[in-house]
Design a protein around this ligand. Structure first.
Ligand SMILES: *Cc1c(COP(=O)(O)O)cnc(C)c1O
Length: 398
């Protein structure tokens, strides 16, 4: 089918909730994707921080194909080796106690919210409030869009579930003022992704931990975007030296296969018993095999060290562009390979032009260029992307 036909077919039949770019993607290899007309793009979005091993990584492909040939799904009424192995691996990597596997980020967060509510009620009927941060992003289900403190995601869907409060991010006095004995959890991204790659002060999360301890509240970290090596640590909280009670994962975990998970300390996990939560597809052997292969490659190929090294190089290159185009770029920020260039104006046309020249990048929060490439990229891939961005910024600066 030709490109225009595919686009027309989609427009006629798919719910119009996505502002899509006018290309049809067909396949990928490593950090490159190809469109239906054979044009190649260097991919610095990676399916929105999902394809951590790039596209078509041979070990991931083999694991998926092998598992599909044995069994894709059998329900959670039975044990499988792939699920047991994944849970053991995630417990070991996180230092937490018990894992639940679902199918998406929002589903992981829903599970964490339910667990926090049940935890609160073990202490008092009133201990049900969950505090989240402005400019956060936690998903599109009713509870997670209520946790997401951005009106644009909530408008039109009222009445929203109760029991959520919002405070400014990276502001300990504001959090302290909002907390009380009614707080059952503080629920934050360690670095806000969709909200603009907002990196908190070094001691912020430690301060949040102290407040949670003071009020007997759980610290839930949404590591859906920052987890699985994105920041150069397996999980971002490891960089900030805090111990959360629950973390949630999704995006990078399956290397592209849909999967989400939450991990809780043994103490908190013990609040759930048989029948308290569930999922038909969650933790199926296909998704777990993909996650097991993804985590194995990250370890075996020393990917975390690569993220730190290449991430630093990407920040340096962007700093150089900031100095060259001070009227366009006002700040470069990030950690590992979640990096942003703050713009002095909306970024959508810069993204469009980069695409024309063969680089896929992303604009979030209106005026922030976000770079979340596969974690396997090298410095030369950074050069390739930043050369295109340089060319586009030169045209824009005219
Ligand atoms: C993407 C994202 C989600 C939502 O994940 P879905 O799989 O789209 O439901 C939640 N939290 C964060 C931090 C995210 O980046």
């Amino acid at each position: 089918m030709d490109k225009q036909k595919i686009i027309q077919l989609d427009k006629e039949n798919y719910l119009p909730v996505f502002a899509r770019y006018s290309i049809v993607l067909s396949h990928g290899e490593g950090p490159y994707v190809y469109d239906s007309e054979g044009k190649r793009y260097i991919d610095f979005l990676a399916g929105i921080a999902v394809n951590v091993l790039g596209h078509a990584h041979p070990k991931l492909v083999a694991a998926i194909a092998g598992q599909a040939g044995r069994m894709i799904h059998c329900s959670n009424l039975y044990y499988t080796e792939a699920q047991a192995a994944l849970a053991a691996k995630l417990v070991k990597l996180s230092g937490l106690g018990k894992v639940f596997v679902g199918n998406s980020g929002a589903e992981a967060n829903e599970g964490a919210i339910k667990l926090a509510r049940k935890y609160g009620k073990t202490i008092s009927e009133e201990k049900v409030e969950i505090i989240t941060a402005e400019h956060s992003f936690h998903g599109r289900t009713l509870a997670t869009l209520t946790a997401t403190a951005q009106p644009k995601y909530q408008k039109g869907y009222e009445p929203l579930p109760g029991g959520f409060r919002h405070v400014p991010f990276n502001d300990l006095p504001a959090l302290a003022a909002a907390m009380s004995g009614k707080t059952c959890a503080v629920f934050l991204e360690p670095i806000q992704g969709e909200g603009g790659v907002n990196v908190p002060d070094r001691d912020y999360l430690q301060g949040v931990r102290d407040l949670c301890d003071k009020y007997g509240a759980l610290l839930i970290l949404d590591e859906i975007q920052t987890g699985i090596g994105r920041t150069g640590a397996m999980f971002a909280y490891q960089l900030y030296d805090v111990k959360p009670d629950i973390i949630t994962l999704a995006k990078g975990l399956g290397g592209g296969v849909p999967i989400g998970a939450f991990i809780a300390t043994d103490k908190v996990a013990a609040i759930f018993s048989a029948g308290d939560h569930g999922s038909t597809f969650g933790g199926n052997p296909l998704a777990c095999a993909a996650a097991n292969a993804t985590l194995a490659v990250i370890e075996d190929e020393n990917i975390l060290a690569n993220v730190t090294m290449v991430g630093q190089y990407l920040m340096e290159k962007l700093e150089f562009l900031k100095d060259k185009y001070p009227n366009l770029i006002n700040q470069v920020r990030g950690q590992g390979l979640i990096v942003a260039a703050g713009l002095s104006r909306p970024g959508r046309d810069i993204v469009d032009k980069c695409m024309d020249y063969g680089a896929i990048i992303n604009c979030t929060a209106g005026d922030v260029l976000r770079f979340v490439p596969p974690l396997i990229i090298t410095k030369s891939h950074v050069d390739e992307m930043t050369e295109i961005l340089d060319r586009v910024l030169a045209e824009e600066a005219k």
